[in-house]
Design a protein around this ligand. Structure first.
Ligand code: ZN
Length: 167
């Protein structure tokens, strides 16, 4: 089992757009294995490569009651439908949760490690995880998905925490 340090809010690697994976080599397969270990160890339901400092477009996920753990390379989302407001957290912004409105349904396309094309219709929690992880690949954190008032409050909490004034 090999876990990586999860990069947290303030780390510039979280603010950059990750680049497409062009080839699945041994190093990438190892990275994915380590990302699963890191996600389960945290624990979390999803982890994107930039969260372990790797600027590539891939993420892993495993939600309770879901089919199976999955890895998605070069994901794209389409078919956003409906809205769902639900509490959401992020391993890169630990121990904080906010109600975030996202599409209730999305369609995810991408590839698995074997080069098979993926096509997944997702709703509710799975759709939320997909949107959250693709945001990471675009350099966006959930803070930016908050309403302006919530965001102000969140930034206050985070800067207080950064100064060591609060847990
Ligand atoms: Zn996250």
């Amino acid at each position: 089992m090999a876990t990586h340090v999860i990069r947290t809010f303030g780390d510039p690697v979280l603010r950059q757009r990750a680049t497409e994976v062009e080839e699945v080599d041994d190093a990438l397969v190892r990275l994915v294995s380590d990302m699963f270990d890191t996600m389960y160890d945290a624990p979390g339901v999803g982890l994107a490569a930039p969260q372990v400092g790797v600027q590539r477009r891939l993420f892993v996920y495993d939600i309770e009651g879901g089919n199976a753990p999955g890895v998605v390379v070069n994901p794209t989302l389409s078919g956003h439908r409906g809205e769902w407001n639900h509490d959401e957290g992020c391993l890169s912004v630990p121990d904080l949760w906010w109600p975030v409105t996202r599409a209730n349904e999305v369609h995810l396309s991408g590839w698995d490690l074997a080069g098979n094309e993926l096509s997944i219709d997702a709703e509710e929690l799975l759709a939320r995880v997909f949107q959250h992880e693709v945001d990471h690949l675009d350099g966006m954190l959930l803070i930016e998905r908050l309403e302006p008032d919530q965001r102000k409050e969140a930034m206050r909490t985070l800067s207080t925490r950064a100064m060591g004034l609060a847990p």
